[in-house]
Structures are given as structure tokens and as C-alpha cells.
Design a protein around this ligand. Structure first.
Ligand code: GDP
Ligand code: MG
Length: 610
């Protein structure tokens, strides 16, 4: 199984980034009747001698044995000294100076480096909950073995199937044990090692019977025939091993475990494996390459590999999906600012050109919900302003009496022969002045629109400062423009105001001459008003375009550069929020890790599995 370790370790690296355990190696559960050799089989798989074994009922509680692959001691020490890369990797166990060790869930803080002591602790703990007299308990003992030589794998050792209660065992011991076994092997992620001794009839194998109950198709059951060395003289297990008695889909593997004598004399596992091989060569020459503990371990490795291979496509998809998600996130953070001055110039230029484009109607994103930019300015000129002007009555607010009073006031003490010119001039100015307010309103509306455009072309959040600068500057500009364009009838205030403020004499009937004078003045005012209105309607938009809109367009860029492009401002303007910078780094790291994970998966798919 050690050949699998590098692969699993590399996949583990993938898990570190993906953060999920898509590939859960199946847990391997041994089932069989009492003393069939279950614990012995498990031990030979782990390659360490630490499980209580013997005749009679020895395993009386389930033992959930979690094997954890760790880096060799040398590497761990390096990591702890700060020379390694991964400070908090699961492979660093600060303070543990042993190459291999075990821990129990029931005494978490104790580290067992002596495997004989582990065996004693299992025995003590078994007796603690199931008594000293052969009682059993469904409460598992959890043992973790940390070693560079094991796979990350869970093995479960179970009490054997017994029929007749002995000692303190309850009447229904058989049912109880069966239930306990079923609860473990019905997990579809468990691989069943059904252990059946060669010296009893396979057809009566309780192990196979139970396995069939939960795995009728035999997709996850492997039959291990133990005690090949203990068969009666003149008999052998060839027929059984060839699958002629009972076929088992995943295979039938004969093994010779350590006998009680070997255990008692503390014969080493290496010697046992060698002797097992010799035994198989002698008695089953045709099968020797497909039997034995080592072959069993290899077969399990192969089964695990198949399992991994089945999981890989899903893992690969997961990594790909995550990669694209993280790539999108990374893109959304943009690039960090390296050259501040170039970046600022870029931003200002882009802003200015977006701004002009919005006015010209050549912007990349055309608004559809409302008019904006140049189109809105056009609307202001023709609809808002034009119509307002049209709706102003040339003689509005001017009564005959007002006219008469103006004539009188202009002639002084003597009655005049002709209608005095000055009264016409005063009255005309008063009427024309009514065009001033809509004209100024027009300037304001355009100015507001020019400010609104800023929002349309400021997708960059970092340029708040730039916008402020722009606004400030435009405000100044408009203040200058607000002085009405030349040609506006701004009356010489003294006269007009006096004139208009004069209390109007009580109304009376006009004489025919007065009537005529009034009409003359009215006609003149009307004609003149229409001429001026037309000219205002033409000139205000032109003036606004010239002094405001085009001026902004032409000077925006240079003005922004002038105000913002200062060495002292550069750093402040383009400062990035700490959060953004950190998130960008994190996401970039994750993306890097995912790419690596993807490579690892591809390599494993290509090299190790086929
Ligand atoms: P379990 O009850 O199924 O866990 O069986 P154990 O592993 O405790 O083994 C029961 C006894 O049978 C122990 O004394 C083992 O040494 C012995 N044993 C197991 N397998 C073999 C084998 O293949 N050959 C021999 N000679 N003895 C074995
Ligand atoms: Mg046992």
C-alpha cells in the first residue's frame, strides 16, 4: 500500500486548497467468525504489531483505526524550525519527536510511541466498558496511528461472529454482534474484507453471508482465506482459492498469518511474510503470485486506486469551476496601481474622453432610460427654452394705463406733439427683460446637465477627487457665464424702476388721442419684442454652447491635469483600500493553488492509474 502514499499525499495537497473531501477513501471493515484471523489480517496490512489477538474472544469492541500519513520526522523537524514552507500544515506536530505514534480518543492528550503499550491500552479500554469476562460492547474504541508509512485510511476491526454465549455474554450475543457488524458494513463507502479460515467449510462462512446481505452484487466484498497452513493433511484450498466453490467478484486471496506460536515467540512481521511466501510457493505454486498478505495489500491498493479514479472527474470539475469563479473575482479587483502618474493620466484622459463622448453622443454605452448628455442639452434648447420663450406674450403684464403713464412721464410738464421715443424704449426694455429669466434658466439647466454627465462617465470609484475637482472648476466657469450675453435688454435701472414704481393714476377713460398713442406704442413693442425674442432664441443656445459646453469640452482634460497632476497629490488620489489589496492577494493565491491542484489531478490521471 505504500505505493499509494505519494498519490494520496498529492491529492491531499489538492484538498488543502479545495477544502473538501471529495475523495474519501473507503473504510476497510474486517468481518468473520471468532478467531478467523481478522485482527491478524489488519495487522499485516498496517505492517505493525499492535492489535490484541489470540484464541477465544479477544476483540470485544469495534476498533476504529484511523491511519494518518505524516511527513517523516526529519522533514517535520525542519518545518517546526521555520525552515519549511507550511507552518500550519496538517503534517506538523509540534513537540512530537517520534517517527510513528498513536493516540486514543478516550485519552486524547496521551501519545503512545510504544506499540506494545497501544495493545495494552486497547485491552484495558475493552475491559473498562465490556467487563473482564468476555462481554462485548458496540461502543467503538477510536485509535489514530500517525506514521509516514501508512495511507490515510480507516480500518475497522470487529468482534467475531459467535453463536453460543460464554462468560458474561448475553443470550442474544449472536444477534448483537451481527447488528454491530451490519451497522459498519452497510455504509456504502466501506470495503468488506470477509475473513474465513481455510480449515472450515466456506459454505458455512458467516462472513460471506453477512457481506452478501449488504452487498448482494459483491461490488465491495473481498474474501480472505486465512490459516492456509492449518489445513488437515491431504487437503488444500485450491478449489476455494480458484473461486470454484463460491465465486467472489473482487477476488479470493489466501493468506498465512502469524500463528499463536509466532506471536508468543515475537517472530518479526518480516520473517512471517518471508515464511508465508515460502509456504505458498511450496503448496500453491500456481497461485503463489496471487496470494499472501503482500498480494492482499496490493489488491487493496488497486481497489483504492479505482475508487480514487472514479472520484477524480468530479474533483476535476470542482477545481475547474472554482478556478473560473476565483478568476472572475480576481478580474473584478482590477490591477494594482504601479505607476501612479501614468495611471492618473490614463484615468483623467479616459474620464475626459468619456465626458466628451457623452456630449457628442458617441459614448460606448448609450442610455435608453432617459435622455442624457448632448441629447438632453438639445432638448433643453429646443423644448424647454424655445417653448417657454414662445409662450411669453409680447404685451403681457402691460396695461394701457401703464403705457399712458409712461408717455406722460416722458413728456414732462408740456403735452407732446408726438409719442416720445423714450417712453417706447422704456416699455420695450421692460417687456424684453421678461426674456432674461428663461434664458438664465436655460444656462442653469445646461449646467446641471453638464454635472450630471459626470456620473455617466465615472465608473471608477477611485476618482472621487477628480470629480470634485471637475465640479469645482465648472462652478467657477458658470459663475462667469451667468452674466447675460450682450444684447440683453438690461435697462438703465434708475429710470425704469422709477417709472414702473410710479403709482398708477386712477383708471379713467382714454381720450382718442391717448388711445391712438397707446396703440402705436403697443404695435411698436410687439414688433420689436418679436425681433428680439427671435434673436435671443438663437443667441442663447449659441452662447451657452460656446462659453459653457464647448469650453468645458476643450478645457476639461487640461484643467483636470492642472489641478490633479501634482506630485504631492498622486499617492493620496490613487491610494487603494487595504481590504481590496488584501482580497486581491488572497484570491490570487487561491487561484494559484487551484492551478496547481489542477496540474496534480491531470498528472495522477495520466501516470498513476492506467
Ligand atoms: P480474530 O478473532 O478474527 O481477530 O482472530 P485473531 O487475529 O485474533 O487470530 C486468532 C488466532 O488465530 C491467533 O492466535 C492467531 O495467531 C491465529 N491465526 C490467525 N491467522 C492465522 C493463520 O493464518 N495461521 C495460523 N497458524 N494461525 C493464525
Ligand atoms: Mg480480533
Amino acid at each position: 500500500m505504500e505505493t499509494l502514499i505519494p498519490t494520496i499525499n498529492r491529492l491531499q495537497e489538492v484538498f488543502l486548497t479545495v477544502g473538501a473531501e471529495i475523495i474519501q477513501l473507503p473504510q476497510i471493515v474486517v468481518v468473520g467468525s471468532q478467531s478467523s484471523g481478522k485482527s491478524s489480517v489488519l495487522e499485516s496490512l498496517v505492517g505493525r504489531d499492535f492489535l490484541p489477538r489470540g484464541s477465544g474472544i479477544v476483540t470485544r469492541r469495534p476498533l476504529v483505526l484511523q491511519l494518518i500519513n505524516i511527513a517523516p520526522l526529519q522533514e517535520r523537524v525542519k518545518t517546526e524550525n521555520g525552515n519549511g514552507i507550511k507552518q500550519n500544515s496538517p503534517n506538523s506536530y509540534p513537540g512530537v519527536t517520534a517517527e510513528e505514534w498513536g493516540t486514543f480518543l478516550h485519552c486524547k492528550n496521551q501519545i503512545f510511541t510504544d506499540f506494545q503499550q497501544i495493545r495494552r491500552e486497547i485491552e484495558t479500554e475493552t475491559e473498562r466498558s465490556s467487563g473482564e469476562n468476555k462481554g462485548i460492547s458496540p461502543e467503538p474504541i477510536y485509535l489514530k496511528i500517525f506514521s509516514p508509512k501508512v495511507l490515510n485510511l480507516t480500518l475497522v476491526d470487529l468482534p467475531g461472529i459467535t453463536k453460543v454465549p460464554v462468560g458474561d455474554q448475553p443470550e442474544d450475543i449472536e444477534a448483537q454482534v451481527q447488528e454491530m457488524i451490519l451497522s459498519f458494513i452497510s455504509n456504502p463507502n466501506s470495503l468488506i474484507l470477509a475473513v474465513s479460515p481455510a480449515n472450515s467449510d466456506l459454505a458455512t462462512s458467516d462472513a460471506l453471508k453477512l457481506a452478501r446481505e449488504v452487498d448482494p452484487d459483491g461490488r465491495r466484498t473481498l474474501l480472505v482465506v486465512s490459516k492456509l497452513d492449518l489445513m488437515d493433511a491431504g487437503t488444500d484450498a485450491l478449489e476455494v482459492l480458484l473461486g470454484r466453490v463460491i465465486p467472489v467478484r473482487l477476488g479470493i486471496i489466501g493468506v498465512v498469518n502469524r500463528s499463536q506460536h509466532d506471536i508468543n515467540t515475537q517472530k518479526s512481521l518480516e520473517d512471517c511474510t518471508r515464511d508465508e511466501h515460502a509456504f505458498l510457493q511450496r503448496h500453491y505454486p500456481s497461485l503463489a503470485s496471487r496470494a499472501g498478505s503482500r498480494y492482499l495489500a496490493k489488491t487493496l491498493s488497486r481497489l483504492l486506486m479505482h475508487h480514487i479514479r472514479d472520484c477524480l472527474p468530479e474533483l476535476k470539475t470542482r477545481v475547474t469551476v472554482l478556478s473560473s469563479q476565483y478568476q472572475a473575482r480576481l478580474n473584478s479587483y482590477g490591477q494594482p496601481v504601479e505607476d501612479h502618474s501614468a495611471t492618473l493620466l490614463q484615468i483623467v484622459t479616459k474620464f475626459a474622453s468619456d465626458y466628451c463622448n457623452t456630449i457628442e453622443g458617441t459614448a460606448r454605452y448609450i442610455q435608453t432610460s432617459e435622455l442624457c448628455g448632448g441629447a438632453r442639452i438639445c432638448y433643453i434648447f429646443h423644448e424647454t427654452f424655445g417653448r417657454t420663450l414662445q409662450s411669453i406674450d409680447p404685451l403681457g403684464g402691460l396695461t394701457e394705463l401703464d403705457i399712458l403713464t409712461a408717455i406722460r412721464n416722458a413728456t414732462g410738464p408740456r403735452p407732446a406733439l408726438f409719442v416720445p421715443e423714450v417712453s417706447f424704449e422704456l416699455l420695450a426694455k421692460r417687456q424684453i427683460k421678461r426674456l432674461e429669466e428663461p434664458s438664465l434658466r436655460c444656462v442653469e439647466l445646461v449646467h446641471e446637465e453638464l454635472q450630471r454627465i459626470i456620473q455617466h462617465c465615472s465608473s471608477f470609484s477611485t476618482q472621487a477627487e477628480a470629480l470634485d475637482g471637475g465640479k469645482r472648476w465648472k462652478n467657477d466657469k458658470v459663475a462667469e457665464e451667468k452674466a447675460p450675453p450682450a444684447g440683453f435688454g438690461s435697462p438703465s435701472k434708475g429710470q425704469a424702476i422709477n417709472l414702473l414704481d410710479t403709482a398708477v393714476p386712477v383708471s379713467r377713460k382714454l381720450s382718442s388721442r391717448e388711445q391712438r398713442d397707446c396703440e402705436v406704442i403697443q404695435r411698436l413693442i410687439n414688433c420689436y419684442f418679436l425681433i428680439v425674442r427671435k434673436s435671443i432664441q438663437d443667441s442663447v443656445p449659441k452662447t451657452v454652447m460656446h462659453f459653457l459646453v464647448n469650453f468645458v469640452k476643450e478645457h476639461l482634460q487640461s484643467e483636470l491635469v492642472g489641478q490633479l497632476y501634482k506630485q504631492t497629490l498622486l499617492q493620496d488620489l490613487l491610494i487603494e483600500s487595504q481590504d481590496t489589496a488584501q482580497q486581491r492577494t488572497e484570491v490570487a493565491q487561491m487561484l494559484e493553488a487551484l492551478k496547481k491542484a489542477n496540474n496534480i489531478i491531470s498528472e495522477i490521471r495520466e501516470t498513476h492509474l492506467w
